[in-house]
Design a protein around this ligand. Sequence first.
Ligand code: RBF
Ligand code: MG
Length: 327
Amino acid sequence: MGLKHILKAKHWLRTESCSKVMVIYRDLEQINRNLIRPVVTIGNFDGVHRGHQQLFQLLKDRAQALGGQAVVITFDPHPIKIMQPERQLPLLTTTEQKLRLLAALELDVVIVHPFSREFGALPARDFVQHYLVDRLGVLEVIIGHDYRFGRNREGNINLLRQLGAEKGFRVRVVDAIRIDDTVVSSTLIRQLIKAGEVKRAQVFLGRPYEVTGEVIHGYGRGSRLLGYPTANLKVDNELLPATGIYAVRATLAGKTYDAVANIGVCPTFGNQELTLEVHILDFQEDIYGQRLAVEFVARLREERRFNDVAALVAQIERDVAAARQIL
Ligand code: RBF
Ligand code: MG
């Protein structure tokens, strides 16, 4: 099921294990006291990294303790894209990836609210009253220590606690987590991916960085000239790792394969545009038009210009051997 479809209205996304179904709402206005004793968190959760994962675990624990539902409110587009469009903020996850990750974590309800200038201008108090209290009937809010909300980012933990005392919900604040003495943040992970440090990024993400896309027609040199056919991707994500050659895992129609990927301009041939190409090991099928997910496991080397095709082919052979070792 494609996400455009998922996002149209209320929908259900099954978790990997199929034991549980997560309900997705497309708008806070769709909620009208229909949630069960909701324990709620609010945020962008770009990357659904290990800090977010820990917060979601607490959310689930509290929901279970209170006999209620674990509810995530998030936004699409990301508020920064609307409020500060001049700021470059390549996101780690598409909304579809975010929803799949949240479903895999077995959350009960996700509300993906469409963020607009109008919504961003809502006073923090009104957001709490109209949505959290009136529509959701929130029991408890769990929130990151630095979370800000409402007009001019005026809402913070203190205001939320104060409103909670007035209106009868509890507030729990979660601190950033540290791994290897480093505070886990989406910003840090973006920097690592940009630098090609996919292994380090994986430590903070809790899984390899993944991009998705559709297989489109490339130059056709891969199979004809080199004997290494590549699937060229029309990438959904805003952020690609640094140019270079990577050992990756490619998932196609639910099946995962070892593969090598090249991100770059193919200086040997001088392409006009940056491409992501994936050569799936021991695989010959025609997959044009299909969707592919690519997980970056390790960076093998820089992209280089070779003087002749034979030298490039010899190097690709070594890349494939290196990828087999790693994967
Ligand atoms: N092209 C380059 O110009 N320089 C490279 O270093 C390079 N490394 C590659 C490594 C692998 C594992 C693969 C699959 C491709 C690589 N290519 C490289 C891209 C190659 O030129 C491209 O697949 C064909 O031109 C078809 O588009
Ligand atoms: Mg190709």
